[in-house]
Design a protein around this ligand. Structure first.
Ligand SMILES: C[S@@+](CC[C@H](N)C(=O)[O-])C[C@H]1O[C@@H](n2cnc3c(N)ncnc32)[C@H](O)[C@@H]1O
Length: 340
C-alpha cells in the first residue's frame, strides 16, 4: 500500500540526516539494515523478494538534499524536546508514550533506558510485523528491549507469526487507525500519557482523527497529544497544491492539507473539539529560530552547504508542531497558546 511506503521516506530521511551528523542515533543503521534483511519475508514470490530488497538498498544509497536533512533534523529535535519536557514533568511516576502510525521510528530504543516509561507503537499489520522481525533479527535491538523470540525463517512462518511484541515496557501492536473504536485494542494503562502522531493525522480523515482524540482523551485521565504534520498554507498558496499533486502521483492523499492549512486553522480545529486540553502550536520555522541554542545552530550550519535559506524558511513554515496538553506544560516557546 502506498501509504505504508511513506514510512520509508521518513526512515531514509532520518538515515541521511544521521549520516550527515545532524542527528545521533545508535539504533537507526541497525534497524534499517535489519529491515532490509527481513524484507523478503513479506514478499509473495522470489521475484518480489528480490525487488523489495533491491528497492530498499537503492533508497539507502540515495542522497537527500540539505534542505531535507535539515528539516528531518528539526522535526526530530522538536518532537524529542517536547517528549523530554513531558517526561521531566513526571519524574517519579509511571508514564506512557503511545506512538500512532509509528512505522520504523527508533525512539522506543532511544528511550529504553528511562525507568517507569512504557512505550506503545501501532501501525498497519504488515509494517508492524516487519518491524518485529527486524528487531528479532538484531541482537542489539532484541537486547535493548529485552525480547527473546525466534525469527521466522520463511514466508510461511512469517504469515503465521503474531505481529505483537508485549513486554512490561514495550507494546508493538497492529492496528488500522480507521478501525480504532475501543481503547482496549491497545492495552493502554491509565498513567500520564503523551500520544505521538508524527506525520500520521495528515493521511487520515477528520472522523478518524477526532475519534482517536476523543477516545484516548476520555479513556486516560491525564492524556496529552503531540502532533506533527504538513500544512498546505492559505488557499492561494502554491505549496499545498504542488504537494497534493506530487502525492496524487504516488496514489497518496492528505485529506486535510488545505482545510487545516495554517496554524490558525489548526488551532480552531482542535479548540472546536471541546477536549478540555490546552493547545500550543508552532511552525517548524519558529522552532528552528527559537528553540536551538547558538552553539547548536552554529554546529548544524557547518555540516553542509545550504544556499536556499529563503526556500528553507518557506518550507519550514508549512510544517507544524501541535501539543494538546493538561496536567503539565511544555517548556518550549510556541507561537499560539490557547488555554482550555
Ligand atoms: C509518514 S509515515 C510516519 C512514520 C513515523 N510516525 C515517523 O514519523 O517516522 C506514516 C505512517 O503512518 C502509518 N499509517 C497511515 N495510516 C494508518 C492507519 N490508518 N492505521 C495505522 N497506521 C497508519 C503508515 O503505515 C506509516 O507508517
Amino acid at each position: 500500500m502506498a501509504i505504508q511506503e511513506t514510512d520509508y521516506d521518513a526512515l531514509f530521511s532520518r538515515y541521511s540526516a544521521t549520516n550527515k551528523g545532524y542527528l545521533e542515533d545508535e539504533y537507526l543503521a541497525e534497524l534499517l539494515q535489519s529491515l532490509i534483511d527481513v524484507s523478503p519475508l513479506s514478499a509473495q514470490s522470489p521475484h518480489q523478494q528480490m525487488n523489495t530488497k533491491r528497492k530498499l538498498l537503492r533508497m539507502k544509497k540515495s542522497i537527500k538534499m540539505p534542505i531535507i536533512n535539515r528539516g528531518t533534523y528539526i522535526r526530530t529535535f522538536a518532537i524529542d524536546s517536547v517528549i523530554e519536557s513531558f517526561l521531566n514533568s513526571f519524574p517519579n511516576e509511571k508514564t506512557q508514550v503511545v506512538s500512532l502510525g509509528a512505522g520504523s521510528d527508533t525512539r522506543v530504543f532511544r528511550y529504553s533506558n528511562r525507568p517507569n516509561l512504557r512505550w506503545i507503537e501501532c501501525d498497519f499489520e504488515q509494517t508492524v510485523k516487519l518491524k518485529k522481525c527486524a528487531i528479532l533479527k538484531s541482537t542489539k535491538l532484541r537486547n535493548c528491549l529485552g525480547i527473546d523470540e525466534q525469527l521466522p525463517t520463511n514466508n510461511e512462518e512469517f504469515k503465521s507469526l503474531s505481529s505483537t511484541i508485549d513486554t512490561p515496557s514495550y507494546l508493538l501492536q497492529a492496528l488500522d487507525l480507521n478501525e480504532f473504536t475501543d481503547f482496549r485494542q491497545l492495552d493502554i494503562h491509565d498513567v500520564p500519557t503523551i500520544v505521538l502522531a508524527e506525520c500520521v493525522f495528515c493521511y487520515l480523515p477528520d472522523s478518524t482523527c477526532n475519534n482517536i482524540l476523543s477516545l484516548l482523551n476520555t479513556s486516560i485521565s491525564n492524556c496529552s497529544f503531540l502532533i506533527y504534520d504538513p500544512m498546505g498554507g492559505e488557499q492561494s498558496d502554491n505549496f499545498g497544491k504542488v504537494m497534493v499533486n506530487n502525492l496524487a502521483q504516488r496514489n497518496i492523499s492528505m485529506p486535510n492539507l488545505m482545510k487545516y492549512g495554517t496554524l490558525d486553522a489548526q488551532n480552531v480545529r482542535f479548540q472546536a473539539l471541546g477536549l478540555n486540553l490546552n493547545v500550543a502550536l508552532a511552525t517548524i520555522d519558529h522552532v528552528m529560530e527559537t528553540w536551538l541554542s547558538q552553539e547548536e545552530l552554529a554546529r548544524i550550519s557547518k555540516l553542509e552547504f545550504l544556499d536556499e535559506l529563503e526556500e528553507c524558511k518557506l518550507l519550514f513554515k508549512h510544517y507544524c508542531l501541535i501539543v494538546l496538553y493538561k496536567g503539565w506544560k511544555p517548556e518550549q516557546s510556541f507561537q499560539v497558546k490557547a488555554i482550555a
